[in-house]
Design a protein. Sequence first.
Length: 560
Amino acid sequence: MKNNSVNLKKLFLEKKYSQIISIIENDINESDQNSGLLNLSGVCKNLLGNDIEIIKSSQEDFRKAYLKEKNTPNAIHALKNFINVSMDIYDLETRLGKNQNDKIFKEILEYFENNKDLFLTSESHAKSILRVFKRNLDFNNIFYFLKNIIKLNNKDVDAICSYIYFNNFISKWSQKDFFEYVKILNKNIQQYALEQFNVISDNKGPKINLAFLTSDIRGHHSVTYFLKSVLLNYDRAKFNIFLYLNNKKEDETLINFKKYFFRIKNIFNLSDVEAINLIRKDKIDVIIDLMGLTSTNRLAIFKNRVAKKQVLWCGYNNTTGIEEMDYLISDYNCIFESEQKFYSEKIIYLKKIWNCHAGFPFARKYNKLPYDTNKYITFGSFNNFKKINDDVINTWSSILKKIPDSKLILKTSDPASLSTIFNKFEKKGVLESIKFQPFKKKIEDHLKDYNKIDIALDTFPYNGVTTSFEAIWMGVPVLTMSGNNFNSRTGESINRNLNLDELICKDQNEYIVKASSLATDINKIRYLRHLVFSESLNSPLFNKKEFSDEFFSALQRLIA
C-alpha cells in the first residue's frame, strides 16, 4: 500500500486522473479502499469534468468515503466534497431541465445533524452546507451560517456580499440598513499597494474608451438582453467598447456578441493586480460593472480603481457601498431624489426607465386570453423561487382563496427545492391550485409558457425584472407592488413606463384587492392584454434606439 500511495501521489501531480481511478477500482481490493483512496477517486473523477455520469460516480465515491470512516480527517473532507458535488449535480440537472431530486437534501441534512460542530467551526464546511440551505430556500439557516462564516473570517468578502444580497429577498431591511451594512463590505475589500499598478491615464484619445465587466455573457442570462439594447445602436465613431469577461467557460452567446465590441479580454484566470493593470493599460475612460454584489463579481477591481469613472448598472439594483464606485444608473421611479443619501454612488437619472430589453429574435404573436379556453383565471410567476418569500406566499394564497377555481403557474430557472415551495402552499391549503412548470432550456419554449397566464404576479420586495419584461413582451399584464428602494421598485418603473399605474400596489392588502378585482373582470383583463401587446414595443421598455441614445449621452457627460 505504501508504494501504491507514493505512486498515486506522483500520478496526481502529473494529472493522470484516469490512471488513478483505474488503479483504485481495479488493482486495490474493495476492502482495502479506505476513506482516503475513495476520496481521491472521487476528486479525480470530478476533475475529469463534463460527463454527468462520471460526476455522479464521484458523488458515490465521496458518500462511501464518508460512511466508511465518518470521523477521520479523510472522511470529514469527503463529506464536504460529497455535499459540494451533490449541489453541482443538482444545479446541472436544473440547467438541463431535468426533474430535480430533492431527496438529496434529506440525506445531506442527516449528515449535517450528526456533525453540527464541524459545520460551525470549519469555514469550508460551512460554505458547503450553505449551498444546500440556499437551494432549500431555508432563509433562517442561510442568514445564520453567513453570519457564522463572517464570524470565522470577517474578511470573507463573498460571505459579506451574500449576506447583503440575500436581505434583498425579505422585507426586514430598509434602504438605510443596506447602506449601513455595505459600509462593512467597503472596509473589507482588499486594497493593494499603489506601486503595484500602472498609472490611470489622463490622456484623452480621439474616442471614448468604454468598458463593461461581467461574468454573465453566457446562455440566456438576463444581462445579455439588457446589454444588447445599448450595443445595437451606439456610435462607433465616438466609442471604443471593451468587454472584460470573468467567465471560466465561453459559449455561443459570446460568439454572437463579439461583433459589438472593439476588444474582448477574459480576466478569469488573472489575479486582481494582474486584471487591474491589464484594464488600466487599455486607458479606459468609463467602466461599467454589470454584477455588483451578484455573480462571480470582482469588486476588488473597482475598489482599487481601474478607470477615471466607474459605474454600476443592470446586474444589481442597489448600492455597493464601494467609495470608488462613482455612479449608479437608475430612474426617478426607482430611487427618489430624497433617498440619494442612502446610496454610496451618485445617481445618474435616466428620464424614463433605468433599463431596456432588446426583445427576442422571432415574431410576436398575439394569443387569446387563457380564460377563454379554461373558464378559470390563471395567475403566473416565473421568478426564481428565492423571491417567493413567506409574505409573497401569504398574499398569493389569499388571492387564490378569493377567486374560485383559480390557478397559479410557477416556474424557476434557478436551482431551488420544489418540495419547499410545495410544502408552504400546502400549509396554506391552496396546493391543488398550484401548477409547477419545468424549466425550459430553449428560450422559445420558455416564452410560450406565458401564453398559459391571464395575469402575471410580481414578487416583492425583490421584484422581477427579466420575467416582467418577458411577460409584457408576450402580452401578459403584470401586477406589482412598490417597495422602499431601487431593487423593490423596478416593477413600479416598468408599469409606469407602460402608463399602467393601476397595476402598481402600495401594500399587500391592495395587491390582494387589485388581483381579485381583475380576476372578476374578464373584459378588463382582455383590454389590458391587448394594450400591453400593442403598446409595449413602442414604450421605453423596448425602444432600444431611444434608450441607447440617452444612455450614451449620459456617459459622455461624465467625462466632458
